[in-house]
Design a binder for this molecule. Structure first.
Ligand code: MG
Length: 382
């Protein structure tokens, strides 16, 4: 089991649930980082006494420094602070639950500092792909998935002794709040409606990604890198109840699934205790209460983000980083009420088609693709 841990993004949904697990099992917390939630960070610092606390926002760091002046915790800020936390001595595992591309550099730095990674920041793998996987291999560290779907596949793969027996991965998707709706019916949906996820309680960015199905597109790309399979060997099935978290199919057409109540503490904990299992604060699954499990085909025309991600993956190079960068910009514009919901898919599709994609040889290729994709979106909505 993980002995000591750094939590990047500790005040978010995954971060707070990670600290629930850490508290239950007395894991040592070496560093915590957040964007700007000073109040919650202060509580976390007082409870877990990390050596370092990072506020990404500089003004928030100044406030936190005053608030916890009576403690021994050192307060840092910005990307520099994140990297310092991600590479600090004494930590075994870095749990990365940052939101967005900002998670990429700390992941790379943590790998190079020989930390195992528990990854909840999907943008890291989507944008960095091969670069991240090569860094993981070179450093000889473990990369353990926290996302529920990838954790499910990882758990199923424990029963697959050789990758030659694996035929495909089947990712389940809840379909979000807008499953079954036509483009016409989605013309005027509001931010509040997009934020009302039927099964999972998550942060705003990922909840909107779930409504647009961009989240599943990102997860396809993430799965391609995590499990070294081709895009053609990854299927998506809409499963409204979010009880089956994903499945794998073997060459003999036998299919294995992982099930559980939709509670992120199960996959978070597995990433931290792997290969062991311990009791969980999450509830038991009562199949007789669930009753019916349903499966549907995704609607690739209406939810075009999903199609754009598949296109980006087959184009390769920086195309997935472009899809991700365009989505981060478009998702925010939608949440700010500046563009309608369907515009997100249009912008991501447009960016993948029009922004120049190049092979990735270094980090700056990814950062440049991300920047250009955001620029494309901002220009397009002028
Ligand atoms: Mg997921």
């Amino acid at each position: 089991m993980t002995k000591s841990m750094v939590v990047l993004g500790s005040t978010g949904s995954i971060g707070t649930q990670t600290l629930d697990v850490a508290e239950k099992y007395n894991m040592k917390i070496c560093a915590l980082t957040a964007h700007s939630n000073v109040k919650l960070m202060e509580q976390q610092v007082r409870k877990f006494r990390p050596a370092i606390a990072v506020m990404y926002d500089e003004a928030a760091a100044t406030q936190l420094r005053t608030a916890i002046a009576d403690t021994d915790t050192q307060v840092l800020c910005g990307m520099e602070g994140l990297i310092e936390a991600a590479t600090m001595d004494g930590a075994d595992v870095v749990l990365n639950s940052l939101v967005g591309m900002v998670g990429l550099e700390p992941t790379l730095a943590a790998c190079s500092a020989h930390k195992d990674i528990a990854l909840a920041n999907k943008e890291t793998l989507v944008a960095g792909g091969e670069l991240v996987m090569n860094t993981v291999k070179e450093a000889g560290v473990a990369l353990l998935p926290v996302d529920s779907e990838h954790s499910a596949i990882f758990q199923c793969l424990q029963a697959c002794p050789d990758s030659k027996f694996l035929k495909k991965l089947i990712l389940t998707a809840s379909g979000g709040p807008f499953f079954g709706r036509t483009r016409d019916e989605l013309q005027n949906v509001t931010v509040e409606q997009a934020l009302a996820h039927p099964n999972w309680s998550m942060g705003a960015k990922i909840t909107v990604d779930s409504a647009s199905m961009m989240n599943k597109g990102l997860e396809i790309i993430e799965a391609r890198w995590l499990f070294d399979v081709t895009a053609d060997n990854i299927d998506v099935v809409v499963h409204r109840q979010s009880i089956i978290h994903s499945l794998i199919e073997f060459t003999d057409n036998s299919v294995l699934a992982q099930l559980g109540v939709p509670d992120m503490r199960i996959p978070i904990q597995y990433a931290l205790t792997y290969p062991d299992r311990v009791t969980s604060p999450a509830g038991e699954l009562d199949l007789t209460k669930v009753g019916i499990l349903t499966f549907d085909k995704p609607d690739y025309d209406t939810f075009e983000c999903l199609t754009a991600c598949k296109t980006a993956l087959s184009k390769g190079g920086t195309s997935p980083a472009i899809a991700n960068g365009a989505n981060e910009a478009a998702n925010l514009l939608f949440r700010q009420g500046k563009i309608p919901f369907l515009k997100i898919g249009e912008l991501v599709t447009g960016a993948v088609a029009n922004v120049k994609s190049v092979p990735i040889t270094k980090l700056s290729d990814v950062l440049e693709a991300d920047r250009t994709a955001r620029e494309y979106v901002w220009q397009a909505v002028q």
